[in-house]
Design a protein around this ligand. Sequence first.
Ligand code: 13P
Length: 336
Amino acid sequence: MSELNKIALKILSNGKGILAADESNGTMTKRLDKVNIKSSPENRLLFRETLFASNSMKDCIGGVILFDETINQTSNYGKTIPAMISETGAVPGIKVDTGAKDLANSLDEKITEGLDGLRERLKKYYELGARFTKWRGVYSIGEKYPSELAINSNAHALARYSALVQESGMVPIVEPEVLMDGEHSAEECLIKTSEVIKKCFEELIIHKIDLTGVILKPNMILAGTKSKNKIHNEEVASKTLECLKKSVPNEVPGIAFLSGGQSEVEATENLNIINRNNDTNFIMTYSYGRALQQSALKFWSKDIKDIKGTQNIFNHRAKMNTLAAQGKWSNELENK
Ligand code: 13P
């Protein structure tokens, strides 16, 4: 077993999942504005360290994705943030892309940047304690989209990123996110997502990536948010499994879904059905941002000193998702 494979399995095994707390300062400011909290480095730290000090970290969270600001912060508990996370048994990770920019010659689409100077940044993050990383490519579905140009260029960037990350001794999370926005059907989402993921792995193989040391972070297969033809959870699960079976090579140890704008319970329920029907060798778990933090953030914003109350809410979500990652979640447990 390679070292990278061991790290990937440590993050994903036994129903554990990933807490995606890597919102950029811009995104975090939008989230905090919504609940009337000032977006200062101190407040961003306060909310995040409240989650990292929760009981569920030990049993449910296998990895935490951080943003550059957070990995460099020292918590109010006196430890650096990566040390605080490692002590719970979870693996600290870091978002290393520098964001999605307009793609030249297809300006309605995006290309993710951040390759320049990446080798040096990775060295610094490794020294700070990170053992895995994230890079997100983003694609929209439209009449002409995602274009071949967007699919190929993002796959190429994800492969170059993955090669540098593995060279530096860390596990790359490869995140090609096909967005939910739009009127498209679930069938279109299935076709486009399959095409996007297949191209990513083609490029990863060209770049000689050790696929046993990669985590795929895809979207689930859903109808667009403005589609009139929503599909049932059972169909979300069957289409998602169909997509992954035909586009992900067998060597990949695990798949950790993004929540992408689904409600908290929807994201949990869909993951649960996927796992009940999982007839693959892939571990299927969660790498949720909003679907793990939304209720906790709302509660915290009412009284930022109520650490216990905030942690209770986060613990419940983490526990429900860890049950779902084993196909053991139910509505009764959700509402208990
Ligand atoms: P969501 O679960 O909120 O989609 O966030 C996951 C993530 O890391 C997006 O890049």
